[in-house]
Design a protein around this ligand. Sequence first.
Ligand SMILES: Cc1cc2nc3c(=O)[nH]c(=O)nc-3n(C[C@H](O)[C@H](O)[C@H](O)COP(=O)(O)OP(=O)(O)OC[C@H]3O[C@@H](n4cnc5c(N)ncnc54)[C@H](O)[C@@H]3O)c2cc1C
Length: 255
Amino acid sequence: MIGLQTALQLLLSSVPGARVTIVASHFPGDWSVSYTSPRAGAHWRSHSSDAFDQRADRETYESWLLLTAVASAEETGLARTPSYYYWEDATDETVDGFRGLHWKHYVEGFRVLEKHELPHGAVCGVKYTTFAINPVRYMLYLLERCTALGAVTVRREVDSLEQCFAEDVDVVVNCTGMGARTLAGDENVYPIKGQTVLVRGECRAVKFRKTKSGWQDAVLRRPGEGTILGVSKDKGDWYAWHDEVRGLSARADGK
Ligand SMILES: Cc1cc2nc3c(=O)[nH]c(=O)nc-3n(C[C@H](O)[C@H](O)[C@H](O)COP(=O)(O)OP(=O)(O)OC[C@H]3O[C@@H](n4cnc5c(N)ncnc54)[C@H](O)[C@@H]3O)c2cc1C
């Protein structure tokens, strides 16, 4: 998703005549443990702590506000959705009137929940408008836009970044996710496994609950597909079993 989004931004803003080639082992529609994006929940929320990343998160939010105003969820896989976040304990994020939520000033509809709106066991919570994302659909939308603007795609496993510098290549943007671990020798990159269940029925709101043990219970809308329930967070776990649980259905009433 990051590579396709980067390619699109380059195509929209690049100098006239500049060409973009997208090289990847996996494209939307593929499934692999080394291809994270199709597995994402997914929704928008910023965890960024440095100013550069916070600005990028804000730009994403603002550009999706514009995109969802003109294009449908069927077309893009993006849907504006109410979001509730609950905490069972005060954290750095919640102290001093939720000072830790740097994004509270610009997201739409942000408000602190009243006591009577909190579910049993939660000490505080907020509501705001987020974006629910169907990752495969969004990536297909990005890919389509990129190719319509002249991008070329090449399915290839790259052994080194140097390989990408063919004679007429000026810039290589490395968006290889977990692949950066070997490709760029970046050992700070590690997998976090998240086990989820996709059920039928699209919930009306995204819900997150940070439990006393630090676990995050999540109910995420997958536009056009259903509801994701989860989610575990196992650092360093590469094991990819359990991919699909079928035959379950969710209540489509947001509970
Ligand atoms: C269960 C779960 C839920 C999540 N929920 C959310 C959420 O709600 N919101 C959110 O923002 N994030 C969420 N995430 C995180 C999010 O999914 C990832 O941060 C994001 O998908 C990473 O995208 P990426 O493009 O960097 O990597 P990837 O999707 O892994 O793409 C990497 C690309 O690089 C290519 N590549 C790698 N190595 C090579 C090579 N050597 N040669 C050629 N090509 C190569 C691959 O083929 C692929 O195309 C979630 C993750 C999980 C697992």
